[in-house]
Design a protein around this ligand. Structure first.
Ligand SMILES: C[S@@+](CC[C@H](N)C(=O)[O-])C[C@H]1O[C@@H](n2cnc3c(N)ncnc32)[C@H](O)[C@@H]1O
Length: 245
């Protein structure tokens, strides 16, 4: 399934499913990392694969933000929340905005939508091209070889007023690619719906990603789960990459 088809039907449920994530902590980390690694006047921020604008909403008072996503339905939700922020449709693998930014972020494993290592390389080069000198790239890679558990089943549930929703997926690698079929079961205002959202995600070795970042020209740091703590391979936490141009 093409990436622009993803989340189409379910964009409206995204914020409910991911409501448990700590957006505040992630956004505080972004501000901290840009301040620590970038230059003090940094305020132009490109939010790639911005989704429904979870981070833009918390960062818009600190940065001038441009949000980009491949999915129009996700962007419509972001625009409704933040009419004062610019959001445009775009594909991270082909982005050519002819504008440069002080920070580029790509959050919540959106980087894994690069399915092959070659795609990841193109995308990271693209991010590098969109940064000013001393600009900072931040992305997390929750899905990676080191924390992979084949066959792991995850179930997310939402019960909210007249909405009952379950999203079920099973971790299965095929030729190094995660074919994640998210099965949705929904009862919304008495109406029952069922569908499958098919996501293909690349699963990469952290060490190889560090080498790739360095070869592109990023000074690379990895933090543990949005904390001021160095990530150690195998510590089971979410690696958060910070690359400085
Ligand atoms: C897990 S969501 C993350 C959204 C947001 N960054 C957040 O933290 O809530 C992944 C997002 O990546 C977007 N996406 C997938 N492939 C993309 C691509 N090639 N270019 C731009 N956005 C993409 C999806 O439409 C979706 O909004």
């Amino acid at each position: 399934m093409a990436n622009e088809q993803l989340y189409k039907k379910f964009a409206g449920y995204y914020d409910k499913i991911y409501g448990k994530l700590d957006h505040q902590k992630e956004s505080e980390f972004i501000k901290w990392a840009v301040n620590k690694h970038g230059n003090s006047k940094s305020n132009l921020l490109l939010d790639i694969a911005c989704g429904t604008g979870r981070h833009a909403n918390l960062l818009k008072n600190n940065f001038e933000i441009l949000g980009v996503d491949i999915n129009k339905e996700m962007l419509d939700i972001a625009r409704d929340k933040m009419p004062d922020v610019e959001f445009i449709t775009g594909d991270m693998k082909k982005l050519n905005l002819r504008r440069k930014f002080d920070a580029v972020i790509c959050m919540y494993s959106a980087i894994n939508y690069n399915v092959t290592f070659e795609e990841l390389e193109l995308t990271l080069k693209n991010f590098h091209d969109h940064l000013n000198d001393a600009g900072v790239l931040i992305f997390d890679m929750g899905i990676n070889k080191e924390n992979w558990t084949e066959g792991n089943v995850s179930v997310d549930t939402v019960v909210d007023g007249n909405l009952k929703l379950a999203r079920i997926s099973k971790a299965h690698l095929e030729n190094g690619v995660l074919n994640s079929n998210f099965v949705f079961l929904i009862k919304d205002n008495g109406k029952i719906d069922f569908d499958v959202d098919e996501h293909k995600l690349g699963v990469f070795e952290i060490k190889k990603v560090i080498e790739l970042m360095e070869s592109i020209g990023f000074d690379t740091f990895i933090y543990s789960d949005f904390k001021d703590e160095v990530y150690e391979i195998g510590n089971g936490e979410r690696p958060v990459f910070v690359g400085v141009k």
